[in-house]
Design a protein around this ligand. Structure first.
Ligand SMILES: Nc1ncnc2c1ncn2[C@@H]1O[C@H](COP(=O)(O)OP(=O)(O)OP(=O)(O)O)[C@@H](O)[C@H]1O
Ligand SMILES: [Mg+2]
Length: 247
């Protein structure tokens, strides 16, 4: 079985630095997989390679049975890979609803330069349930720039879900959140339908252990360990890596 996503032998270099050196990763339909490791381990770089914004100098990415290695981020999003970034990105002067509507619209038809009304209405219909799903129904009409940090994160996830992903890539969704906000995020992510697989990069191990079925630990661009949350939690290698490297 090859899985929904299979990244094989992925290597990325920045000058003399090997950000990734021969990493393999496989994710099955509906799986919750966490990617952890010290700062600079290569976690975001691997998400970039899977999402299509970084071209590895070696390795392949297969998704849903196809080689997507040569496709850019937009083409991969159309095939079902959506992501939120390490730095939050919403439109601050648009309301929460408008942000999700924009994310739910298909790409503009370049020849016509606008979206037909049917597309807009369909996107508007989809926005309400997505905001509800991410716990934002009460603030649907609030400008995104006025939302609390945790709510902006929830909004970004609603926007990523608007693309109807089969694989959702989350880069440190809990960064900067309070303990209460992390608790809320855990509830919301646990409630996501299993039709969506999740690849979660996160330093907050409470979120990692609450959410994931399997965990990969990266260090210095290589896979240090992979296994169930229990196996990872008790691994002396992993403890050592964290003792050495997490800021
Ligand atoms: N565009 C770039 N140019 C040069 N070096 C880069 C670039 N992007 C990442 N790196 C380097 O590649 C290595 C891996 O970076 P990456 O951002 O993937 O780490 P990370 O595991 O996501 O770390 P963090 O937990 O701090 O987010 C680091 O040493 C980083 O400095
Ligand atoms: Mg990172």
């Amino acid at each position: 079985m090859t899985g929904l996503l299979s990244a094989q032998d992925v290597s990325v270099r920045y000058g003399s630095l090997a950000a990734l050196a021969g990493v393999d990763l496989c994710i099955h339909d509906g799986q919750r997989h966490a990617l952890i490791g010290p700062n600079g381990a290569g976690k975001t770089t691997l998400l970039d390679v899977i999402g299509g914004s970084t071209r590895p100098h070696r390795g392949t990415v297969r998704f849903n049975g196809r080689d997507v290695s040569r496709l850019g981020p937009a083409a991969r999003a159309r095939r079902g890979i959506n992501r939120i970034h390490q730095r939050p990105a919403v439109f601050p002067t648009l309301t929460a609803t408008e942000n999700v509507v924009v994310a739910a619209l298909p790409r503009v038809d370049r020849r016509r330069g606008w979206w037909p009304g049917g597309h807009r209405r369909a996107a508007q219909h989809r926005a309400g349930p997505l905001l509800d799903q991410m716990g934002l129904a009460d603030v649907a009409a609030v400008q995104a720039g006025h939302l609390a940090h945790g709510q902006r994160r929830q909004l970004e996830i609603a926007m990523a879900l608007a693309g109807r992903p089969r694989l959702l890539l989350l880069d440190e969704p809990a960064a900067g959140l309070s303990a209460t906000e992390v608790g809320r995020l855990i509830e919301l992510l646990r409630a996501l339908p299993r039709a969506v697989a999740v690849l979660l990069v996160e330093h907050r191990l409470d979120l990692v252990y609450a959410l994931s079925d399997t965990v990969t630990v990266l260090r210095d661009g290589r896979t240090l360990a992979a296994g169930t949350p229990d196996e990872i939690r008790t691994s002396p290698l992993v403890r050592q890596a964290y003792a050495d490297g997490v800021s």
